[in-house]
Design a protein around this ligand. Structure first.
Ligand SMILES: [Zn+2]
Length: 339
């Protein structure tokens, strides 16, 4: 007993115990790393199995699967396929690459790229599943959260989209416009709400977010509510003004609404009105009726131009009122430009 007590007081004994503790901690840490690595590999393999049906039959996939091509090369190949719009091939290669990932960074990269391709190719549900898996492993991935938000919005899962926005807000991402826009979509699709309540709620949202103004105008026109045009910029609803009845346009005093009315009935046009409307008004006065206007919508962010109106750009997914351009066209061609 005395020997043990003496040994305990011996400084060498203390050092041995100290190193023994360090060794045990290092060993446990190493073992835990191996265990977690195996668990994550198993989890990713199980996850990949859910998506493999699509590309299983492809010969190129078998070829790539058999040879030990590095994950970096597979990533480059998948990226070039996705650039040329061959999404199915790209997806197949990303799935193979995911099996070969060497570290967390690679896994994060391939999951994100796979999710993006599913989203681009229009497989929204699969895209959402991939991003959820990615967020399970890396909950603070802002870009994945942003795309997941758009996916839920497009799937009309507005409550889920709002949940994703809460997560983005916690990561200091500005989503005020997105929130108001999705809330407006939620209101418009809510069958339990009266039209009066919908109008009032959309009106309140318009004060916070100008994008909702156009939705309110469309709703008011469809359901027969009055609309104060001063609430919004008339340029953002130029196409809707053109579609409006003369009796409706007569109630508005804004210069653009007056110009649209003049172009429709051949009235006096004010200075500064769009050239196309000025020409139409002059032609109408001469009883020339074969001309009309069409519209083009340009994203103010990526400058992409589309023939139909959008709130969220179909190309860069920015949520913003597009710039609406007028096109002077022959009347028989009107159907190609207006939808
Ligand atoms: Zn865009």
């Amino acid at each position: 007993m005395d020997t043990l007590f003496l040994a305990y007081r011996d400084p060498i004994f203390g050092i041995i115990i100290f190193f023994a503790i360090i060794f045990i901690i290092a060993f446990l840490n190493y073992w835990w790393g191996i265990f977690k690595g195996k668990e994550e590999r198993y989890s990713i393999e199980q996850f990949i199995k859910r998506f493999e049906v699509m590309a299983d039959a492809s010969e190129y996939k078998k070829l790539l699967d058999e040879f030990s091509i590095s994950s970096e090369s597979l990533g480059l190949l998948a990226h070039s396929y996705s650039k040329s719009g061959e999404y199915e091939k790209s997806i197949g290669i990303y799935l193979i690459a995911l099996k070969r990932v060497k570290n967390k960074e690679e896994k994060q990269y391939f999951l994100f790229e796979l999710g993006k391709i599913y989203f681009k190719a229009g497989f929204l549900r699969r895209g959402a599943d991939v991003f959820l898996e990615l967020l399970r492993l890396y909950p603070r991935h802002k870009e994945a959260l942003k795309i997941l938000m758009v996916i839920h919005e497009q799937l009309k899962e507005y409550a889920r989209a709002l949940e994703v926005m809460d997560s983005l807000e916690e990561l200091d991402v500005e989503v005020e416009s997105e929130k108001s826009f999705v809330k407006a979509l939620q209101i418009l699709s809510d069958n339990s709400m009266t039209n009066q309540k919908k109008y009032e709620t959309l009106f309140a949202l318009t004060q916070q977010e100008p994008l909702v103004g156009r939705m309110l105008f469309e709703f008011a026109r469809k359901e027969g509510f009055d609309f104060d045009l001063d609430l919004i910029k008339a340029e953002n609803i130029l196409d809707l003004l053109w579609e409006s009845d003369v009796s409706v346009l007569e109630n508005y005093s804004q210069p653009l609404a007056k110009a649209v009315l003049a172009a429709k009935i051949g009235g006096e046009i004010q200075q500064g009105a769009p050239f196309e409307l000025e020409v139409l008004a002059a032609l109408k006065k001469q009883n020339y009726t074969k001309a009309t206007v069409g519209f083009e919508y340009t994203c103010t962010c990526c400058k992409g131009t589309f023939p139909v109106h959008f709130y969220r750009c179909p190309s860069c997914y920015t949520l913003k009122n597009p710039h609406i351009s007028l096109l002077l066209i022959k009347k028989e061609h009107e159907e190609y430009y207006t939808f």
